[in-house]
Design a protein around this ligand. Structure first.
Ligand code: NAP
Length: 457
């Protein structure tokens, strides 16, 4: 895949980049390894100062950075600005809390016959991050902030369609006062990832992206026997039960499905509605989806911009066409607009059967699948009948139903009467083919730590 910024609202190529040569990759690896040896001995105070300065830079650069993100991958300018602010907050969160999160953790010394026993959290070293374009800043910062606070150094291989954001990130931490080798961007294609993971100077890897990329990076890490975190796709259920506030559920469902132009791993994608409220919810939800303004992502009134790539839109078209050919009903949307750019309208589809691809595959665009459930058991059956297990949502005011859903939804996250969102304060990740490992909170930081057991006689 060419390394290029192509504006998805117009199809116009904005800039192209040459992939780093073998010599440049070697130089980055050598710098990263040398920096890892010294950076691990820096104080929390110095690391925190670097992260806080990086947060200040994001605040200062918000106008140009948000405009770059919108130009490269099509999210609305408002969403891009919100993402920049969220990243600044995430950096400050880890700058403030990492020291306490990584403090030595005492164990029961008497029970193990020691005078002292504890766990110490030491950095692993150089970590490669392979990242997607959909949240081009946040996906990277939510890896970088905890990894850097734990004393690791980072190498970023970003998605090939967001090179300008990638280059910005490659400079950010050096501008903020951290050593130049603490965080570097490699402009490389996916075919160069295996060699970097195999390099003895790289200790671990993390990938956020599709199932296919996850399998590939998982194989590379497995071959090299290296730690890997995989944050992959999702097809999150959004279960609506009879006691739910239907107006609120329909409003939030619309945001959940349309945010980021429908391209979020934790977007609700399958709307599973109890038969008693199916018609009422469907009416509200379909009307709200139809009312979303699609268009120029730089226009403040736009809610849904273009899909990030032409291939991404083709994938969505094919899923919808397959479903309709097999008998699904399109309640709104479903028609590709004329004109330049890779736009696709908010779409609601009903009467879906397991024979349709959309039943099982992730829909990475603003297309909602509706399912009618006969009761809670049936809703849970449909929700869990998926290879994915990233986020999940349930809408009900019944305490017993809430407890059952928390227990029985097969997902890394359960959000009750709300939509799945990531926060630095709580863990993020999935099960099944949505990946393994966690990001955010203390769990994300511990993924790239050697949990060193210390026993003193
Ligand atoms: P993608 O095609 O898998 O790309 C993600 C990253 O992996 C890019 O940097 C890509 O590089 C690289 N890559 C692709 N194939 C690879 C391979 N065989 N070996 C090594 N690296 C490879 O995914 P995307 O289209 O950018 O993002 C959408 C997917 O990411 C969706 O499935 C979405 O659900 C998932 N996602 C998951 C999370 C989460 O936290 N669970 C968050 C956001 C997105 P190139 O660009 O050079 O191909």
């Amino acid at each position: 895949m060419a390394i290029a910024s192509v504006n998805p609202a117009t199809g116009q190529t904005l800039a192209t980049f040459t992939a780093h040569t073998a010599e440049q990759i070697e130089a980055a690896l050598a710098t990263a390894a040398a920096t890892a040896d010294t950076y691990r001995h820096t104080s929390f105070a110095d690391r925190s100062a670097g992260l806080r300065a990086a947060a200040d830079l994001l605040d200062a650069d918000i106008d140009t950075l948000a405009a770059t993100m919108t130009a490269e991958m099509g999210k609305t300018l408002a969403a891009a600005r919100a993402e920049v602010s969220k990243c600044a907050k995430g950096l400050r969160f880890y700058a403030q809390h990492a020291k306490a999160m990584l403090a030595d953790e005492a164990a029961d010394a008497a029970a193990v016959g020691a005078s002292r026993a504890f766990h110490r959290f030491a950095p692993l070293g150089v970590v490669l991050a392979v990242m997607p374009w959909n949240f081009p800043l946040w996906q990277v910062i939510r890896f970088a902030a905890p990894a850097l606070m734990a004393g690791n150094v980072g190498l970023l291989k970003h998605a090939s369609n967001v090179p300008q954001t990638a280059l910005y990130l490659g400079d950010l931490f050096a501008r903020a006062g951290l050593p130049a080798g603490a965080f570097q961007t490699l402009l490389i294609g996916s075919d160069a990832v295996d060699a970097v993971i195999s390099d003895p100077r790289v200790a671990a890897a993390t990938l956020t992206g599709s199932e296919g990329a996850g399998r590939s990076v998982g194989v590379s890490a497995g071959k090299a026997l290296k730690k890997v975190v995989l944050e992959l796709g999702g097809s999150d259920p959004f279960v609506v039960l009879p006691s739910a506030d239907l107006a609120a559920a329909a409003r939030v469902a619309t945001v959940a499905r349309c945010q980021n132009n429908g391209q979020s791993c934790i977007a609700a994608k399958r709307f599973i509605v109890h038969t008693d409220v199916y018609d009422a919810f469907t009416e509200l939800f379909t009307a709200a989806m139809a009312a979303q303004k699609v268009g120029d992502p730089t226009d403040p009134d736009t809610v849904v911009g273009p899909l990030a790539t032409e291939q991404g839109r083709t994938d969505v078209i094919e899923l919808v066409d397959d479903a309709t050919a097999k008998g699904a009903t399109v309640l709104t949307g479903g028609t590709v607009p004329d004109g330049p750019g890779w736009f696709y309208p908010p779409t609601v589809i009903a009467d879906i059967t397991p024979a349709m691809r959309i039943y099982a595959e992730e829909t990475f665009g603003p297309v909602a699948s509706l399912y009618r459930a006969t009761d809670l058991d049936d809703a849970l059956r449909i929700a869990n009948d998926s290879v994915f297990g990233l986020g999940s949502n349930v809408w009900t005011t019944d305490a017993g139903e809430i407890e059952r859903c928390i227990d029985e939804l097969q997902a890394g996250q359960v959000f009750v009467n709300g939509m799945t969102t990531s926060y630095p304060e709580i863990a993020f990740g999935g099960i099944k083919t949505s990946g393994h490992g966690r990001e955010l909170a203390n769990y994300g930081m511990l993924e790239f730590c050697n949990i060193k057991t210390v026993w003193v006689a």
